[in-house]
Design a protein. Structure first.
Length: 138
């Protein structure tokens, strides 16, 4: 009987140890599951925060991008306007030069022609004077 009692006590002690170990494992498992849930909620919160931050940044980029786009659009229109004005000025200047150039060229040609004719007449006069001088001597 003493051996039965010892065996029963040993079985009871083993069962208590097993139950205690199982209880510790279940407590550890519950604690780990609680940590997992806590980490999941933190990750979810951080994700939401990042998404909101990125949306805000993209929104600001969009606003800044639109501002830059409108600024460059205004500058481009201004450049196009100035280019058009300069083109018109050059066109008018070229037209004036086309009409003035032949007239100026013609006047310059006539002046040179008159100078050459005057020089030729002078030379002819000198040659005739020399010829007359030779005739008188001879």
């Amino acid at each position: 009987m003493a051996s039965k009692v010892e065996e029963s006590l040993k079985d009871i002690q083993d069962r208590l140890r097993r139950e205690k170990r199982e209880q510790e494992l279940q407590d550890g498992l519950a604690k780990a599951e609680a940590q997992v849930k806590d980490l999941e909620s933190r990750i979810s919160t951080e994700r939401v925060t990042w998404v909101e931050t990125l949306k805000g940044q993209l929104g600001q980029r969009g606003i800044a991008g639109k501002g830059l786009e409108s600024h460059f659009e205004v500058r481009l229109k201004e450049l196009e306007r100035r280019w058009h004005e300069e083109k018109l000025e050059l066109g008018a200047g070229a037209q004036e030069a086309r009409t003035r150039k032949p007239t100026a060229f013609k006047k310059e040609f006539e002046l040179q022609l008159e100078k050459e004719m005057a020089g030729s007449e002078r030379r002819i006069g000198q040659v005739e004077a020399e010829r007359d001088g030779f005739r008188k001597r001879a």
